[in-house]
Write a protein that binds this ligand. Structure first.
Ligand SMILES: [Zn+2]
Length: 313
């Protein structure tokens, strides 16, 4: 038996490690595509149980105390998604299947449910089920260093790329896979503000190329200008109040930079063919550039996606 679901004709799926990563890394892009009528699916791999807590009255929720932070962050994430206009949100394997592994090298890496120790094919299988259902043309995740080296971000990359491989074997792979990135020229222009901001995790770094996520401009594939969504992104970040203090360097740098700091996001292309772009390196301005669906969203078109019952397990 085949059932048919109807979704908008442009479908974007994002694989993120913890609640808050979606907002910090790709919030404007998510809000931009959701507002333009595309179907935006967020898959979060863990509940972020090992996060620090920046709201003093909630300090007792910490992993070493009541260990309730993950549950609390469900509500923060729901709030953030509402700010971004994203209605399709899932946890990989269901909420609580995989646990935040904590920073690299910590004993939490070895927790029985730690995402870092997840069986790759099992975890990718959970994502494959979602790919079968949603059939996104574009998938976003991190690079193979997880943007900055956190084990759960590295694992998110591995799981996403394995799921894409499995989807390709079924002929349903996304046409394009992007990895989040920051161009060297943008980082260099911002280094002064960066160095002067308080509490930033890269304090003391004065050479942009020493930042783990610094990417040569020529390797950037897409620059998504969603400055019209900068306020939505900031509101979504503020929804993650346990994780991002109101005094965060992110907000102070944003204050110095204006809408562009929050509203413009960059990506490298890991799988697929780059579409038409502009500027010295031909940066795309649309993640769907070059795909058949590009530009059709505003007409409100929909795709009828045959979903076999076998894919509905
Ligand atoms: Zn994270």
């Amino acid at each position: 038996m085949t059932v048919v679901t109807t979704l908008p004709d442009r479908r974007l799926l994002l694989v993120h490690a913890h609640p808050d990563d979606e907002s910090i890394g790709t919030g404007s892009t998510m809000a931009h595509y959701a507002a333009s009528g595309a179907h935006v699916t967020l898959v979060t791999c863990t509940l972020g149980e090992e996060g620090e807590i920046h709201v003093p009255e909630l300090a007792g929720l910490a992993a070493a105390e009541a260990d309730q932070l993950g549950g609390y962050r469900l509500a923060e994430l729901a709030h953030a998604c509402a700010e971004l206009g994203v209605t399709d949100h899932r946890f990989l394997g269901g909420a609580g299947r995989y646990r935040d592994s904590g920073m690299m090298g910590l004993p939490t890496n070895g927790h029985p449910r730690a995402f870092w120790g997840a069986d790759l094919d099992e975890a990718a299988g959970h994502l494959l089920e979602i790919l079968r259902e949603v059939r996104p043309q574009v998938l976003i995740t991190y690079d193979d260093n997880g943007f900055y080296g956190h084990p759960d971000h590295i694992q998110a990359n591995r799981v996403a790329m394995r799921a894409v491989e499995l989807a390709a074997a079924e002929g349903i792979a996304p046409a394009k896979v992007y990895w989040t990135a920051m161009p060297q020229s943008v980082l260099e222009a911002g280094m002064t503000h960066f160095e002067e901001s308080s509490d930033n995790p890269f304090a003391g770094i004065s050479d942009a190329t020493d930042l783990p996520f610094c990417t040569p401009d020529k390797d950037i594939a897409a620059r998504i200008d969603a400055t019209e969504q900068h306020a939505a992104k900031e509101a979504a970040m503020r929804a993650h109040a346990t994780q991002i203090p109101a005094t965060s360097w992110l907000y102070s740098v944003a204050g110095n930079f204006g809408a562009e700091f929050m509203g413009v996001e960059y990506f490298t292309l890991a799988v697929g063919t780059k579409g038409p772009g502009s500027g010295p390196y031909g940066w795309e301005s649309d993640l769907f550039a070059g795909l058949e669906t590009a530009g059709s969203t505003d007409r409100g078109g929909t795709d009828r996606i045959p979903v076999s019952s076998a894919g509905q397990r």
